[in-house]
Structures are given as structure tokens and as C-alpha cells.
Design a protein around this ligand. Structure first.
Ligand SMILES: Nc1ncnc2c1ncn2[C@@H]1O[C@H](COP(=O)(O)OP(=O)(O)OP(=O)(O)O)[C@@H](O)[C@H]1O
Length: 290
């Protein structure tokens, strides 16, 4: 009897340690839509504090994976734990204390068009802290706007009055509203010009470092992967076929990985990153072309 209790205690300790190291643990995930199986026996562990890039060909199920992790897509099979709690429970109230510890930037920003930027940022705050004083709400919104790199006058603008890059930042400000520990970003630099994309990457990296955020980042952007991701998870064949640094991934003999990272665009991104590193090492401003 006491052996059985010891085993249960050991498992509880192992799970607690695991959750301390891995805020997201996905095991044996299966997702399908009718006959189409998108994921089959997919496993993924995301390390605390890392920026993990999630890549894969179009339609390989990157967004569906993110939606599963945040409980918007109920999988057919498998287990998903976030902060050590199962997300598979269909009752959102049962995972309160988990959902308010993440922030999400959906593709395109997904801002409410009839609300100002400030009001958009206040939405999650009002949802989780309905008793908050309106003046404090505005103050928090102003602070989050600044964290996301937007000027104060953006607060009273409507999404239609913002550029693409500003919309992304407004979505980022809203994702940061609840002081999340985990940030989900779905193709944040898609549609941005290279300068805007690089600035957004820098912002993400700074936020991750200063706030200690773990970032789950879906992207096709090779520069983003090279510049800010600690590891990259590759989706192919309905699974995560590899999770590693780009240097290690490039050694793998998988056709998609080789084409993606060792193709002309992959090599160009690698050279650009090598140049950035070299310039940093020489303590020279990156924009100094002299
Ligand atoms: N609600 C849905 N109903 C039916 N099929 C869906 C649904 N959501 C996603 N799918 C299908 O699941 C597959 C994976 O979609 P998903 O959006 O996750 O791909 P992705 O890897 O994010 O692609 P992309 O890089 O093009 O954004 C696609 O074939 C898509 O058509």
C-alpha cells in the first residue's frame, strides 16, 4: 500500500519538475477533420524561457497545433498539459489559472474593429478582472502599449487607422495584457516589410528576455528563426519530426529540412545572421554599412 502511495508521490514530483522545466507538454496528439488527419501521435515539449520557432510546409498543422494547446481545438486523442494542467478538459472554468497565464497574437492581429486600441487591450483585463477600476485599466493599457513599442497616441485609434505593423503591435499589447508567462505568436512578421519584421523580432526577443517569457512562435520567416529562436520544431508527416537548434537541424537528412534550411533563402538568412553576429562581436553598429 505504501509502495503504491510512494509511486504516486514520485509521479507527482516528476510531473511538477517536468512542468517547471516544460510549461507545454504535448503527448500523442491526434487531430483530424473528417477524413483528413492533420496530426498523428505528435509529441512536443516546450522549455521554460525559450523562444521556440514552429515551422512546416503550408497546411502541416502549425495553427491547429497552437489552437489545440490553447484549448480552441479539441483533439481526437492525446494529452496536452500547460503549466502542469490538462487543457483537454472541455470546461474552460476548470483551467482558470492557466488561461490567464498566456497571451495570444493571432494571424492578422484579430483586433475588434469597433474598439479602439486601448479598449482592445482592456478586453482580457475586463474578462479576468471585472472589478478593476477603469482608471487603472487605462493605465495598464497605456503601459502595455509602450511595452509593445507603440506611441501613446495609438491608444485612441481604431484598428482601421493603423498600419499593418502597428496592428501587429496592438495585438501584441493585448496579448501582454494579463502579464503572461507564455506568449503564442502566429506568423507575427507575415506581411511586414523587412525593416518592420526585424523590429518586431527585436521586440519579441527583448520581451522574452526582460519578462522571462516562453514564446511559441509560428513562422515561415527564416530571418526570424535565425535571429531570435533558441530552438525550432519542424512539423512534417503529421508529427514534430525534430526540435533543435538550426545548426543541428541542418545536419538532418530530411528532404523538407534540407530544402528549407539549406536552400537559397535558408543560406541567405544564415549569412545575414552570421553577419549580424560578426558585427555584434566587433562591437560595431549593425546599420553601419561603412
Ligand atoms: N476548422 C477546420 N476545419 C477543417 N479543416 C481545417 C480546419 N482548420 C484547419 N483545417 C485544415 O487543417 C490543415 C492544417 O491547417 P493549419 O492552418 O494548421 O496549417 P498551417 O500549417 O498553419 O498552414 P499555413 O502555414 O498555410 O498557415 C489544413 O489542411 C487545413 O485546411
Amino acid at each position: 500500500m505504501s509502495d503504491a502511495r510512494d509511486q504516486v508521490d514520485e509521479r507527482a514530483v516528476a510531473r511538477r519538475d517536468d512542468y517547471g522545466k516544460y510549461p507545454i507538454v504535448v503527448t500523442g496528439l491526434k487531430n483530424s477533420f473528417g477524413e483528413q488527419v492533420v496530426h498523428e501521435d505528435l509529441d512536443l515539449k516546450v522549455r521554460k524561457g525559450e523562444i521556440i520557432g514552429v515551422v512546416g510546409g503550408s497546411g502541416t498543422g502549425k495553427s491547429v497545433l497552437m489552437r489545440s494547446i490553447i484549448g480552441l481545438q479539441i483533439p481526437d486523442e492525446g494529452e496536452i498539459e500547460v503549466f502542469g494542467r490538462s487543457i483537454m478538459d472541455t470546461n474552460p472554468d476548470d483551467v482558470i489559472g492557466v488561461r490567464d497565464r498566456w497571451g495570444v497574437l493571432f494571424q492578422g492581429g484579430a483586433l475588434f474593429s469597433t474598439l479602439t486600441v486601448g479598449e482592445n487591450i482592456e478586453v482580457p483585463l475586463k474578462q479576468y478582472y471585472p472589478e478593476l477600476d477603469p482608471e487603472l485599466l487605462h493605465e495598464i493599457a497605456r503601459y502595455k502599449l509602450k511595452l509593445a513599442g507603440l506611441p501613446a497616441d495609438a491608444l485612441n485609434k481604431y484598428p482601421s487607422e493603423l498600419s499593418g505593423g502597428m496592428k501587429k503591435r496592438a495585438g501584441l499589447a493585448r496579448a501582454l495584457a494579463l502579464d503572461p508567462e507564455l506568449l503564442f505568436l502566429d506568423e507575427p512578421t507575415a506581411g511586414l516589410d523587412p525593416i518592420g519584421a526585424a523590429a518586431f523580432d527585436k521586440q519579441t526577443e527583448e520581451l522574452s528576455q526582460t519578462l522571462g517569457l516562453t514564446v511559441f512562435l509560428i513562422t515561415h520567416d527564416l530571418d526570424t528563426l535565425h535571429e531570435i529562436c533558441d530552438r525550432v520544431a519542424v512539423l512534417a508527416d503529421k508529427k514534430v519530426i525534430a526540435v533543435d537548434t538550426i545548426t543541428e537541424l541542418m545536419k538532418l537528412d530530411h528532404p523538407w529540412i534540407q530544402e528549407y534550411f539549406n536552400g537559397p533563402r535558408g543560406r541567405a538568412a544564415l549569412s545575414a545572421q552570421a553577419l549580424t553576429e560578426l558585427r555584434k562581436a566587433m562591437d560595431k553598429p549593425i546599420d553601419d554599412d561603412a
